[in-house]
Design a protein around this ligand. Structure first.
Ligand code: ATP
Ligand code: MG
Length: 446
C-alpha cells in the first residue's frame, strides 16, 4: 500500500482529480451516455462524460463501451453503461460507487434550501464535500453530504445530529466551525466553515517531508484546538493529515470535530469496514482494541502519528491491509523518527515518540504538557516531559537482576569488586603520601 494513501477507501483520488468536477459536468444530461437499459435516475446519462472528464477512461474507451452497450440493447439482457464499463474493466466498482455517491450528493446539495452549490471540493471514504454559498449571510461554506446508505442507521443519524449540534458550540481559531446539520431528500448533510487552502495530506504529497519548524507549528496549532475541545469534553478520534487544513494565510484548522464520534459509533461503519473506511495509519492502540473509554490520549497518538508522517515522509506503520497496519500499532516497535530523518532534532524525535507511546500511561497525559514541550523544542531546548519519560525508562529496575550479558571490563558495573579494590589502593597511596609529608616536615623543622 503506498505511503500516504488513506487506504482502499480513497484509492483513485488522484485519478479523479478533486476540484475538477465542477457543477457543470454532472448537471447537464449527456445523451451519448444514456442507455436503453435499467433506469439509473439520470446517473447513467452523465456517466460517460464524467469518466472522461475525470480521466478514468479515454474517449476511445468510451466509444468501445458504447458499441458494446448498443449490442447489449439488442440482446435479451440489456445492460446499462455502468454495467458495461464494469464488466469490461473500464471502471472498478469502487470507482463507480464513488461517482454515484457524488452524483447523488450533488443533486441533493442543489436542493438544500438557503444554499447555492458551487462545486465539489473533495471526497473521503464516507462523504463528499462541496463548496456552496450560504445565501442568507452571503458567505462561502463547505457542505459535507453523507451517502444514502448511512441514513438507514437511526442510531448513527441520531448521534450525527447530536454531535453536530454540540460541535457547533466549539469556537476556536484552530477548529473548523460547524454551522448546521440537516437533511435534504434522503441525504444528511453538515454545513461548516470553508477553508480556502489545502490539507496537511496535500502538503505531504507535495513536499514529502515538511521542515521541522513548520511541522512543529502545525502540531502546536492542532494541539491548541484539541486543548479547547478536550476541555469541553470532545475527543476527536480521527486526527490525521486529511483532517488538518491549512488556509492560504497559514492558519491551521482542525476539521471534522464531532463527526468522528458519530462515525466511530455506527454499526454501518462495521459493515463498511475494509470497504470504505480509510486505512488506520493514525489510529491509537486503545481505539483498535475497542476500549470503551477513549480519552485525550487517543488524539495525542493520532497527532503524534501525523507529526511522524510530516517529519519523516513515512507513515509510522505500513502493512498490506488495514489489519496488518493495526497489528503494528499494537505490537511493532516504532522506528525512531530521527533514524528516518537524521536532520530531525533529538528533542522533536523524543516528543513524537512520547506522543506515540503504545500505552496511555507512557503518553502525554494532557495536551497542555505537550504544548509545553512543543514550546521548548521550538526554542531549541530539550523537552521536559519527553526527556524525563526517557530518563525514567532508562533507570534499571530494582530487585534481583535479570540474567544478562556479563559486564565488560571497560565499563564496570557500579559497586563491583574492582571498584572496592581501586578505592583501597587509592586510600593506601593517600595515607603513605601523608606519612611521607609528615616525615619531611619533621626533618625540615628539626
Ligand atoms: N471545511 C472544509 N473546507 C474546505 N475543504 C474541506 C473542508 N472539509 C473537507 N474538505 C476537503 O474535502 C475532502 C474530503 O473531506 P472528508 O472529511 O469527507 O474526507 P477526508 O477527511 O479527506 O477522508 P476520510 O473519509 O478518510 O475521513 C478533504 O480531504 C478536504 O480536501
Ligand atoms: Mg475529513
Amino acid at each position: 500500500m503506498p505511503v500516504g494513501s488513506d487506504g482502499p477507501g480513497t484509492a483513485g483520488d488522484s485519478a479523479e482529480g478533486d476540484s475538477s468536477a465542477s457543477s457543470g459536468s454532472s448537471s447537464t444530461p449527456a445523451p451519448e451516455g444514456s442507455s436503453g437499459g435499467t433506469s439509473t435516475g439520470g446517473f447513467d446519462t452523465v456517466l460517460g462524460k464524467l469518466i472522461v472528464h475525470r480521466g478514468l477512461a479515454t474517449s476511445e474507451d468510451l466509444d468501445v463501451a458504447k458499441t458494446l452497450l448498443r449490442e447489449s440493447i439488442q440482446s435479451d439482457e440489456p445492460r446499462t453503461l455502468a454495467d458495461v464499463l464494469i464488466e469490461h474493466h473500464f471502471l472498478t466498482s469502487r470507482q463507480l460507487d464513488r461517482l454515484k455517491n457524488e452524483f447523488e450528493a450533488k443533486r441533493t446539495t442543489e436542493q438544500i434550501p438557503g444554499y447555492k452549490m458551487k462545486k465539489r471540493i473533495g471526497s473521503g471514504a464516507m462523504a463528499t464535500v462541496f463548496l456552496a454559498r450560504q445565501l442568507s449571510l452571503d458567505r462561502l461554506v463547505a457542505i459535507k453530504v453523507l451517502p444514502k446508505r448511512l441514513s438507514v442507521n437511526a442510531n448513527f443519524i441520531e448521534r450525527f445530529y447530536k454531535e453536530g449540534r454540540a460541535a457547533a458550540q466549539l469556537n476556536h481559531p484552530n477548529i473548523v466551525s460547524a454551522y448546521d446539520v440537516g437533511k435534504a431528500g434522503e441525504h444528511h448533510y453538515f454545513v461548516m466553515e470553508y477553508v480556502d487552502g489545502e490539507t496537511v495530506y496535500d502538503r505531504i504529497v507535495k513536499m514529502r517531508r515538511l521542515p521541522e519548524r513548520d511541522a512543529i507549528e502545525i502540531v502546536m496549532q492542532v494541539a491548541k484546538a484539541l486543548q479547547h475541545a478536550h476541555q469541553r469534553g470532545f475527543i476527536h478520534r480521527d486526527i490525521k493529515p486529511k483532517n488538518i487544513m491549512i488556509s492560504r494565510g497559514g492558519a491551521v484548522k482542525l476539521a471534522d470535530l464531532g463527526l468522528a464520534r458519530a462515525l466511530a459509533d455506527k454499526e454501518a461503519a462495521v459493515a463498511e469496514a475494509g470497504r470504505a473506511y480509510g486505512t488506520p495509519y493514525y489510529i491509537s492502540p486503545e481505539q483498535i482494541r475497542g476500549e470503551v473509554h477513549i480519552g485525550p490520549a487517543a488524539d495525542i497518538y493520532g497527532l503524534g502519528a501525523t507529526f511522524y508522517h510530516m517529519t519523516t515522509g513515512q507513515v509510522p506503520f505500513e502493512g498490506k491491509n488495514p489489519s496488518a497496519v493495526m497489528h503494528k500499532h499494537l505490537k511493532a516497535e516504532l522506528i525512531p523518527p530521527d533514524h528516518l530523518n537524521p536532520e530531525l532534532s533529538a528533542g522533536c524525535a523524543q516528543v513524537i515518540e512520547m506522543m506515540m507511546a503504545k500505552s496511555v500511561k507512557d503518553r502525554y497525559e494532557r495536551v497542555a504538557d505537550l504544548i509545553d514541550d512543543l514550546r521548548l523544542i521550538r526554542g531549541g531546548q530539550p523537552p521536559l516531559f519527553a526527556s524525563s519519560a526517557l530518563d525514567l525508562s532508562q533507570i534499571p529496575p530494582t530487585g534481583p537482576a535479570e540474567p544478562g550479558p556479563p559486564a565488560t571490563a571497560a565499563v564496570p558495573a557500579a559497586g563491583t569488586g574492582i571498584d572496592v579494590r581501586l578505592f583501597m589502593i587509592a586510600l593506601v597511596v593517600m595515607i603513605l603520601s601523608l606519612l611521607a609529608n609528615l616525615v619531611l616536615l619533621v626533618v625540615v623543622l628539626g
